[in-house]
Design a protein around this ligand. Structure first.
Ligand code: 13P
Ligand code: ZN
Ligand code: NA
Length: 281
């Protein structure tokens, strides 16, 4: 069923595991993610960035995920990832998205607070959870170039959460969007300090390319939602490429999308197990 991320994240926080949040780009990816989660009895989040939303529309993705959610008996949420404006956040709310991120992290601190607070205030009456970001996750996400901005300040994090009223917080602790060029340096001590200061669920961005061990350690230290995007794109594209290379006269999209989808399903099952949310339904 389609649900908000509220209960799934609070349950994860209590239980010491994390929910996998997977970026989807098309119907086949939605089908594959929900199949993986359903087989493993895991609550699951599917999410779309502004550029993905622009590719189709909020409603296209909302309806795809809704159909998928109604076909299984696990909790499924549709989340706006890296929402970049108040307007887009409100459009997602009106469309039926069951979870919303407002990413004001590219703004100065006070502007991040006012933008984030306005979205949190607007979503609260409908009970839709709001994720925000403080500090900058590295790498390039979507059309926004994150650069190599600052890591989350644990003291600021407490004030930020109090003043904005958000229900979850994305932390910058050295992870980056996309595939890492060198060995990622994750500031685990900083994560523990943020966890000490903040009582809402914490979110890890940029998980593609992180080892199972690093992800598990972050979850142990308080991460309740882990975002995976680039890995899924690669897995899907590799499946499609393989079919088109092996059988060049293929012209039925179902044939190559099926293999892309199967790759996604295997990947998502592995990542769900790393998050420890399998068997939680
Ligand atoms: P990756 O592309 O590194 O998996 O990051 C995903 C993410 O943070 C989506 O918001
Ligand atoms: Zn992200
Ligand atoms: Na990454």
């Amino acid at each position: 069923a389609l649900v908000t991320t509220k209960k799934m994240l609070l349950d994860a926080q209590k239980g010491g595991y994390a929910i996998g949040a997977f970026n989807v780009e098309n119907m086949e990816m939605v089908m594959a993610v929900v199949a993986a989660a359903s087989e493993l009895r895991a609550p699951v989040i599917m999410q779309t960035t502004p550029s993905t939303v622009k590719y189709a529309s909020l409603k296209y993705f909302y309806e795809n995920v809704k159909v998928a959610a109604e076909s299984v008996d696990i909790p499924v949420a549709i989340h706006l990832d890296h929402g970049d404006s108040f307007d887009l956040a409100m459009q997602a709310l009106r469309t039926g998205y069951t979870s919303i991120m407002i990413d004001g992290s590219h703004n100065p601190y006070e502007q991040n607070i006012s933008l984030t607070k306005s979205v949190a205030d607007s979503c609260r009456p409908s009970g839709i959870p709001v994720e925000a970001e403080l500090g900058k996750v590295g790498g390039k996400e979507d059309d926004l170039d994150g650069g190599r901005g600052g890591l989350t300040d644990p003291k600021e994090a407490a004030e930020f959460v109090n003043r904005t009223g958000v229900t979850s917080l994305a932390v910058a602790i050295g992870t980056a969007h996309g595939i890492y060029t060198g060995e990622p340096k994750i500031d685990l001590e900083r994560l523990s300090q943020i966890r000490n200061n903040v009582d809402i669920p914490l979110v890890l961005h940029g998980a593609s390319g992180l080892s199972d061990e690093v992800i598990k350690e972050c979850i142990k230290r308080g991460i309740c939602k882990v975002n995976f995007a680039t890995e899924l794109r690669i897995a899907f594209s590799n499946g499609v490429k393989k079919v088109l290379d092996d059988i060049p006269d293929t012209y039925d999209p179902k044939k190559y999308f099926a293999v892309g989808g199967e790759n996604i399903k295997q990947l998502v099952k592995n990542r769900i197990k790393v998050c420890g949310c399998d068997g939680k339904v």
